[in-house]
Design a protein around this ligand. Structure first.
Ligand code: APR
Length: 254
């Protein structure tokens, strides 16, 4: 099926839906210059996650783990939302997209203007104390590596979910609720191999939602989806947005 046909089908499904949820992974930020985790240039092809993104790694060598996060934070603090992030925010503003559930830790959805964003894996742009309740935004690179809590002096850690840690309960339960009530879900830029996040689209499917996937490659979720648009996020979303306009679902007077 041609890209145009897939886009037309996807726009029709979105236009006929009352409750669209967007589910995103690292691929939507790839066009912002932020490395994904898997695939040819992925972070996990260069480093072993166990050495950098686990509580054990942090306990063993907090300086090394922080140096890796600082390297990623420098890239993220220089990055801007992509056209894809901005189109999703616009679709939310127009009441078409109801919520964004993201595995990403870069806050580019929020930077693009999205208001309802559920962060399943936290944010690299926040740090929290390993001992007390102190938490802070990271607007710039910490001067001290590893940084310490200004309140109690203990080590700070990135406010992200590491392998072997629980996803924040509130975020996961809210995501399950959204997946259960949506009538269509747009899955963008995820390999679908990390659980429990990857359950969210499967829950949506089990409750009758139509799944649209945007990803240049096949993912572990592709066999579940109703439409797979095999192209980059911004290109696909721009085409869908234009199709929604030609269907009269979006008009510039709004
Ligand atoms: N547009 C859309 N998708 C893209 C693009 C693009 N321009 N570029 C790459 N992709 C796709 C890749 O084909 C791949 O399927 O994005 C996906 C990225 O997959 P991963 O790197 O595995 O990232 P993600 O699925 O978000 O990983 C999930 O794993 O390491 C943990 O906590 C980390 O949240 C992350 C989780």
């Amino acid at each position: 099926m041609s890209l145009q046909t897939l886009v037309r089908k996807a726009a029709k499904i979105i236009g006929d839906s009352n409750y669209v949820v967007v589910f995103t992974g690292a691929g939507i930020s790839a066009e912002a210059g932020i490395p994904t985790f898997r695939g040819a240039q992925g972070l996990w092809t260069k480093y072993r996650p166990e050495e950098l993104a686990t509580p054990k790694a942090f306990k063993k060598n907090p300086k090394k783990v922080w140096e890796w996060y600082v390297w990623r934070l420098e890239i993220i603090l220089r990055s801007k939302p992509t056209l894809a992030h901005r189109i999703i925010a616009e679709l939310e503003r127009r009441g078409i997209v109801k919520v964004i559930i993201t595995q990403n830790v870069d806050e580019l959805h929020q930077d693009a203007g999205s208001r309802r964003v559920i962060e399943l894996h936290g944010s690299i742009r926040r740090a929290r104390c390993t001992k007390c309740s102190y938490k802070t935004k990271l607007m710039e690179i910490p001067r001290e590596i590893p940084p310490h809590c200004p309140k109690c002096g203990a080590l700070l850690r990135p406010d992200v979910v590491w392998f072997g840690e629980e996803v924040p309960r509130v975020a996961f339960e809210e995501s399950m609720r959204e997946a259960s009530i949506c009538d269509s879900m747009i899955i963008i830029g995820t390999s679908g191999v990390v659980f429990p996040a990857a359950y969210i689209p499967i829950i949506a499917k089990s409750k009758g939602a139509i799944l649209i996937e945007i990803n240049p490659s096949r993912s572990a979720l592709t066999s579940y989806v109703d439409i797979h648009i095999g192209t980059e996020a911004s290109k696909a979303l721009k085409a869908i947005y234009l199709e929604l306009k030609s269907l009269g679902i979006i008009n510039d007077r709004d």
